[in-house]
Design a protein around this ligand. Structure first.
Ligand SMILES: [Zn+2]
Length: 256
């Protein structure tokens, strides 16, 4: 069984979700973790999990979408985490790309959500863009001990090791399918079997050969093929240990 540990299946671009889930299942991709973006997205995401038993969800406030942020949303998140079955708080994090929402605000919202995840004993799904060192620092300062997934990891091997020490695994997706992604490929080759899970970040992050198309969880099949080649392991072995890794870091992922 393959699992897409990060796909935004609530986005409007996925018009016929039942057909997509059926196609994915036939291709061997059988479970899906859907993280959220804004407070407004939570109700729809919770509904997705109610309609499809193969979908698990995370609730949180994504740094990229903070232009719609109101302080009330943090209180609403606290309530939502107590009333819905979620596998993690996410996606949350820091984005240092140009023209992103105010970094101090990103930091403040991240801090509040890490403390919330800690008190609910929930892992987190982290979004990191040019911000890996800042994230490592805040995880240490808050003594965050619930672990989780650093989604679409694109940092150095040194940073990877520090996240792993803190109880995280790394989300490996479309980036490694590009031969020019030398750094990401080298990091992947140096990781232990225990250190990563697979993801597509659908509908974003197109896999090599599918540029210009909407990315879907079906592409986990292409990603795992490249991972197998790069690490000289079998697809079956990677499917087995990445599922075990997910079970370890997000222990509620398959509890209906
Ligand atoms: Zn995402």
């Amino acid at each position: 069984m393959l699992i897409d540990t990060h796909c935004h299946l609530d986005f409007a671009v996925f018009k016929d979700l039942s057909a997509l889930l059926a196609d994915s299942r036939s291709a061997g991709v059988e479970h899906f973790i859907v993280p959220s973006t804004t407070a407004r997205s939570w109700a729809g995401i919770v509904d997705l999990a109610k309609q499809h038993s193969e979908i698990s969800v995370a609730l949180g406030l994504h740094p990229y979408f903070l232009d719609k942020f109101e302080h009330e949303h943090l209180k609403q998140l606290e309530t939502a985490l107590s009333s819905h079955k979620v596998v993690a708080v996410g996606e949350i994090g820091l984005d240092k790309w140009p023209r992103m929402p105010d970094y101090d605000l990103q930091y403040e919202v991240l801090l509040a959500q890490l403390n919330m995840a800690q008190s609910h004993h929930l892992p987190v799904i982290l979004h990191a863009r040019k911000s890996e060192d800042d994230l490592l620092k805040v995880l240490r300062q808050t003594r965050f001990s619930q672990g989780g997934i650093v989604h679409a990891f694109n940092g150095s091997l040194e940073q990877a090791k520090r996240f792993i020490e803190l109880g995280f695994v790394l989300g490996i997706g479309g980036t490694v399918t590009y031969p020019r992604a030398q750094k990401a490929r080298k990091v992947l080759q140096a990781l232990a079997d225990e250190d990563f899970v697979l993801e597509t970040d659908s509908p974003d992050m197109p896999v090599s050969g599918y540029q210009g198309q909407v990315n879907t969880p079906l592409r986990v099949v292409d990603i795992v093929r490249v991972v197998a080649e790069l690490r000289q392991q079998s697809v079956a072995d990677i499917a087995r240990f990445t599922s075990a890794n997910l079970q370890r870091v997000l222990p509620n992922w398959n509890k209906v």
